[in-house]
Each structure stands twice: as structure tokens, then as C-alpha cells.
Design a protein. Structure first.
Length: 256
């Protein structure tokens, strides 16, 4: 077979201008110069690995920079011996704003006759972003927090367009009290002074009075009564005037 014929038959054919060399036995030996087919394959392989590395790097970058709740501490008391944790019962006021234009969409002071809200931290009684934002807070502490959509109302929005889809929210929070949460069986037993495995209004009222005294912030009778009524409204599901152990561990989801 001549060299020209070999070129047509070969998958990787060198250019005709490249010289040939012979071995001692007269056989045609190696071909001097690069093989275009192989070089094309290698160049495509290099481009593939470059693109793969770029896409992988972008993916890692996204994984390393997820959306997060941003917290700014506006005021923190010097004496902070107790901080909030998951399962604690919190008493707080908070105002909510849309980040895009600063418009206010929620104010806890305009509800429940202006009394601060009671809720259990970390169990879904408020949006996930607030559960995260209010961890490790001291009574008397104030925070400003920015909550991305994934920790708020996501693509659905809320309240008939009051909070649009994919809205970033800003909350200003003031925490008044941190008490041992009602999910604790120890707290249930502590409140249940007659050991009948149900909590009466008298027992809970007595417990609230002691907790307010510990907080060293005097509360008038109407305030304490409002809190008591709110507790029974949210927990006394069968309306029998008592909170059973089962009701004690069932929480209504409060969106805000």
C-alpha cells in the first residue's frame, strides 16, 4: 500500500506534507508531526473539563452562599443571664416591613389590645425566619432582622397580596420575657399543683403571676387576664375549661 492510499484508509491521517522515515528493515516507521484527529479530540476534551470545572465551581458557590436570616442587634441588656432557646415561651412585640419599599404590613401592637404576643419558639407558631431570628435573645433585647423569601412566605406570598410572592421581609423585634416553654413536662407538673393531670385557669393564672414577678416588670390585672384568655383560646380545644396533657402539646400555627 502506498503512503497516499494509507492516508485515505486511516482514521487519523497526517498531512501529506509531513516527511516519512524508514526503519533499518526498510519498513515505514513513525510519522513526524502532530496527528490532526487526535489533536482535535484532545482540544475538545480540554474544553469539556474546563466547562465541567466552571459549572462545578458555580454549584459549590451556590451551596456555600445559601439564603440566610441577617440579624442586627439594636440593644442588648448588660445583665443577660438567660437567653431564648427552642421550646421556650416568649413574650414579644414585632413590626413587619416589606424590604422593597419599607411599607409596614404587620404590627403586633395593634392586636390583642396592644399586648405583646406569646408564642413558643422553634415549633412553627411563627414563620421560620422569626424562629431563627429570635434564638439566643435576652429579655429586653431589641433586634432588626432581614428574612429572605425562603424563610418567610416564598413564592406563594400571604394575606391576599399584602405580602407578595418572593418578598424579603424586615422585622423589628423587642423581647420582653423568656420562660420555660409549655412543651416541657416539668413545667406542666409545676403548673399542675393539684396533680390531677389537667391545668385549670386558676393554676395557670398563679403560674403567670409568679413568672411576671421573676421578670421584675409589674403587669396590671387586665394584662394578665388577657394572656390567660389567649392561652385557653389557643390550647383548650375541647372547650372544657381545662388544658389536658395532649392539648398542652398541640400548638396552633400562627403565621405571624
Amino acid at each position: 500500500m502506498t503512503y497516499d492510499n494509507a492516508c485515505h484508509a486511516s482514521e487519523f491521517c497526517p498531512g501529506k506534507s509531513h516527511p516519512k522515515r524508514k526503519t533499518r528493515g526498510g519498513e515505514r516507521g513513525g510519522i513526524v508531526g502532530p496527528v490532526p484527529g487526535i489533536m482535535h479530540f484532545l482540544s475538545r476534551l480540554v474544553v469539556f473539563f474546563y466547562l465541567w470545572g466552571f459549572i462545578t465551581a458555580q454549584g459549590l458557590k451556590k451551596e456555600e452562599s445559601p439564603e440566610e436570616v441577617k440579624i442586627e442587634i439594636l440593644h442588648r441588656p448588660e445583665n443577660c443571664s438567660k437567653t431564648s432557646k427552642k421550646g421556650d415561651l416568649l413574650n414579644a412585640h414585632y413590626d413587619g416591613y416589606l424590604a422593597k419599599d419599607g411599607s409596614k404590613f404587620y404590627c403586633s401592637r395593634t392586636q390583642n389590645e396592644g399586648h405583646p404576643k406569646w408564642f413558643v419558639l422553634g415549633v412553627g407558631q411563627v414563620i421560620k425566619g422569626l424562629d431563627i431570628a429570635m434564638m439566643d435573645m435576652c429579655p429586653g433585647e431589641k433586634r432588626k432582622v432581614i428574612i429572605p423569601p425562603s424563610f418567610a412566605y416564598g413564592k406563594e406570598g400571604y394575606a391576599d397580596g399584602k405580602i407578595p410572592p418572593d418578598a424579603t421581609l424586615i422585622f423589628e423585634i423587642e423581647l420582653y420575657a423568656v420562660t420555660k416553654g409549655p412543651r416541657s413536662i416539668e413545667t406542666f407538673k409545676q403548673i399542675d399543683t393539684d396533680n390531677d393531670r389537667q391545668l385549670s385557669k386558676t393554676e395557670i393564672n398563679h403560674y403567670l403571676k409568679k413568672e411576671f414577678e421573676k421578670d421584675e416588670k409589674p403587669r396590671d390585672k387586665s394584662y394578665q387576664n388577657a394572656v390567660l384568655e389567649d392561652i385557653f383560646k389557643k390550647n383548650d380545644h375541647d372547650g372544657d375549661g381545662f388544658i389536658s396533657p395532649k392539648e398542652y402539646n398541640v400548638y396552633q400555627h400562627d403565621e405571624l
